[in-house]
Design a protein around this ligand. Structure first.
Ligand code: GLA
Length: 708
């Protein structure tokens, strides 16, 4: 039977540069998600009716927002579950539609299976789409959910993917691959967002890049196990699917109980990756970030970790603070090592009491000192973790997140606490609350240094609920101490996603402070996150994680393009280095209003040995461009630097704000435009460009453009 679309309802969700047209009848199908179209779109949809070939089901099978086996969908369904073996192939029928310009909520039911599903889909002004499902069990017997996935369609021209991989000290690496039969799947079973499987990917037209192509970016906002899938169906249609992975038996819905999936965020742009990033960044700024961040300058950090590790001496720490303040640091943070018995990474996690041996006079004199110097104070915690060598474990060996009878592997010598145990949850809340109440603390670094193995509560799988309880613990702390900033860290970038960002203010992208590595890590992260949430520190010249050495100029310029900090012991640094820290701190302070509100552009280079990162003010009045030379220039001349995003009709003064100390020594002469007094139109900068200077590998220059 020919399925007449006109009998169904056509709903249009409107963004600014994108649009979604959804046909809603018994089920809902996105017919178009892409460039906005005007006119009688409801009747135009008739042109999208599909032919039905021989050799398969006799009627057309739609690719709905909730694909179902029972409707003849043979690709991955949205729901897999059962009621003691029954009700395992539900077919939902929409019973209620609620829509506005930007939002659509659909309620559907399968009365036979006794299930209700609520599907939310929205497209906001920043062109970011969000979707999730909620499933309710309507019958008196429990319903076991194995999978519940969010699905969005991709056009057949989406032929290429950019996906992520990584590991500790090597986060946010990207790789390109064709999207073809067999598709792509990413599974994360590490219990946290993970370094290895950052929950995002981009699909697009062939050869999409920073500047061009139709791209569809996806970000799954969940800090635990997940599966991302991009598939090409046997008939050629494509879709993206994202879901939390539920462990066996973990989700059992009693009558009336509801399971809600995490949000899947997505954004379409016909302007390549930069267009997509602008939309995600605007959405993050507009709808995710605590307004506290938007309205205040992000203070420059000094974090003690790589400076002193576990060696804590209050007098010395106060001297570190004094010298930090002299350099212009605005927030001083005591990292790991301050609590009872924490002399190394083998003991004491869980014992959140000040170490009286190390701090006989308490924390107050240090905090007072830090504040008198005009800085904020921060402290490190790793609330979800426990060492077996701790008073907490000796008192509560049953608080471990584990299956009794099995010996778990350790990770960094530690174990995870079961947050579903109310006593454990309340203890952690009480300890954090105690410190935040007792002391004037402006910021905490919330760490999570190991992966989760065999997460169980009362013997039952509980990986999902552990993440929910983690969110609840942060939420409870935030509610009691709304002014305290929280940084999400998990051995560097192991817990970075939009759901965490709703409750935190900053991410620690990597334990790797090597400026060369940071160039790539920060670039990978920048596709989805704006610079103000990306912690970026100048480490010591001899990088602790790679043993490479970098000049202060390269380290400084790399660090200023995020939320800047310093991670070393200033007391031990030589005068030259200290002057360098001061210089880049000053530079960051001058530029941060622009960096933290402007538009990020990742600019393709004529030579792959370069990486170019720019930020243009939203009113196009100014811009900064960092040109980083990652490796040996391929040729003696590296082509042109073309700068997009400027006001094409305006004239800009182009000047060099910072350059390597040997800039003029390595050549006969550098391009004259870098010597000063260079005025160019925005159009020229974008279409013609400027000659590239010659730089040594692992160095960078910073260019400023001011509208005249
Ligand atoms: C993790 C963090 C580091 C530091 C250490 C302390 O590795 O990523 O920045 O806080 O823990 O143990």
């Amino acid at each position: 039977m020919v399925h007449l679309m006109t009998q169904n309802k056509i709903i249009v969700l409107t963004g600014t540069n994108s649009q979604a047209i959804i046909e809603v009848g018994e089920f809902a199908e996105i017919l178009h998600w892409g460039k906005p179209v005007k006119g009688e779109v409801a009747s135009f949809c008739f042109s999208l009716q599909r032919p039905v070939p021989y050799g398969r089901l006799d009627n057309d099978v739609a690719m709905t927002l909730a694909p179902e086996l029972g409707r003849g969908v043979f690709s991955s369904p949205c729901l897999e579950g059962h009621r003691n073996g029954a009700d395992w192939a539900p077919v939902f029928v929409i019973t209620e539609i609620e829509s506005s310009t930007h939002t659509l909520t659909l309620t559907s039911e399968d009365t036979l299976a006794g299930l209700r599903m609520i599907t939310e889909l929205s497209l906001d002004k920043q062109d970011v789409m969000k979707t999730r499902h909620s499933l309710v069990n309507l019958k008196s017997t429990p319903y076991q959910v194995n999978r519940l996935a969010n699905t969005l369609p991709l056009p057949a021209r989406a032929a290429e993917l950019m996906t992520y991989y990584g590991r500790w000290v090597h986060e946010f690496q990207t790789v390109r691959q064709p999207l073809q039969q067999g598709g792509y799947q990413q599974e994360n079973r590490r219990g946290r967002t993970s370094h290895e499987h950052y929950p995002a990917l981009v699909a697009g037209t062939r050869h999409f890049d920073e500047m061009q192509g139709d791209v569809y970016g996806f970000h799954f906002a969940w800090s635990g196990n997940h599966r991302l899938r991009v598939d090409v169906k046997a008939d050629g249609r494509r879709y993206m699917q994202a879901e939390a992975i539920y462990l066996p038996g973990e989700i059992s819905l009693q009558q009336g109980e509801e399971l809600t999936t995490p949000w899947l965020y997505a954004s379409y742009s016909d302007q390549g990756l930069n267009g997509m990033s602008h939309q995600f960044h605007s959405h993050v700024r507009e709808s995710i970030l605590d307004k506290q961040i938007i309205n205040t300058a992000r203070p420059i950090h000094l974090n003690t970790w790589e400076g002193i590790y576990f060696e804590h001496d209050p007098d010395y720490i106060m001297e570190m603070a004094t010298q930090s303040a002299q350099m212009g640091v605005e927030r001083f943070i005591i990292d790991d090592g301050w609590f009872k018995g924490r002399n190394g990474d083998k003991a004491a996690l869980g014992d959140w009491f000040l170490d009286a041996d190390k701090y006989p006079n308490g924390l107050t004199p240090i905090i007072d000192h830090v504040r008198e110097l005009g800085m904020e104070f921060g402290l490190w915690f790793e609330p979800e973790m426990i060492n077996k060598d701790s008073d907490l474990y000796r008192q509560h060996p049953d608080w471990l997140l584990a299956v009794e009878g099995y010996e778990q592997p350790t990770g960094r010598n530690q174990y995870v606490i079961n947050l579903q145990n109310d006593d454990a949850f309340n203890y952690l809340y009480e300890r954090l609350d105690h410190f935040l109440t007792q002391y004037h603390i402006d910021y905490i670094k919330w760490d999570m240094n190991r992966e989760v193995v065999q997460p169980a509560h009362n013997g039952h799988a509980a990986g999902h609920q552990q993440v929910v309880r983690y969110y609840q613990l942060v939420d409870k702390i935030r509610a009691a101490h709304p002014k305290v900033d929280i940084e999400s860290c998990a051995a560097g970038g192991g817990r970075i996603d939009f759901e965490v960002l709703k409750r935190t203010h900053r991410f620690w992208p990597s334990d790797n402070n090597d400026a060369l590595e940071r160039q790539t890590i920060q670039r990978g992260m920048s596709y989805f996150f704006p610079p103000e949430v990306m912690g970026s520190h100048i480490g010591s010249s001899h990088c602790h994680s790679t043993r490479r050495r970098h000049s202060i100029e390269f380290r400084g310029l790399t660090a200023i393009f995020g939320h800047m900090g310093i991670e070393l012991d200033p007391v031990k640094e030589l005068q030259d280095e200290k002057q360098g820290f001061e210089r880049y701190i000053k530079l960051h302070k001058k530029l941060r209003p622009l960096l933290h509100t402007g538009r990020t552009w990742l600019i393709p280079s004529d030579d792959e040995a370069h990486q170019i990162h720019a930020v243009v003010a939203t009113d196009q009045s100014e811009a900064v461009v960092m040109l980083a030379q990652l490796s040996m220039p391929t040729n003696s001349l590296s082509g042109h630097l073309r700068i997009p995003g400027l006001d094409r009709t305006a004239v800009y003064r182009v000047s060099i704000l910072d350059k390597p100390s040997n800039y003029n020594e390595i050549v006969n002469y550098q391009p004259f435009w870098t010597e000063g007094d260079c005025k160019l139109s925005g159009e020229w900068c974008e279409d013609v460009g400027l000659t590239m200077p010659i730089l040594d590998p692992e160095s960078a220059i910073l260019i400023k453009l001011e509208k005249l």
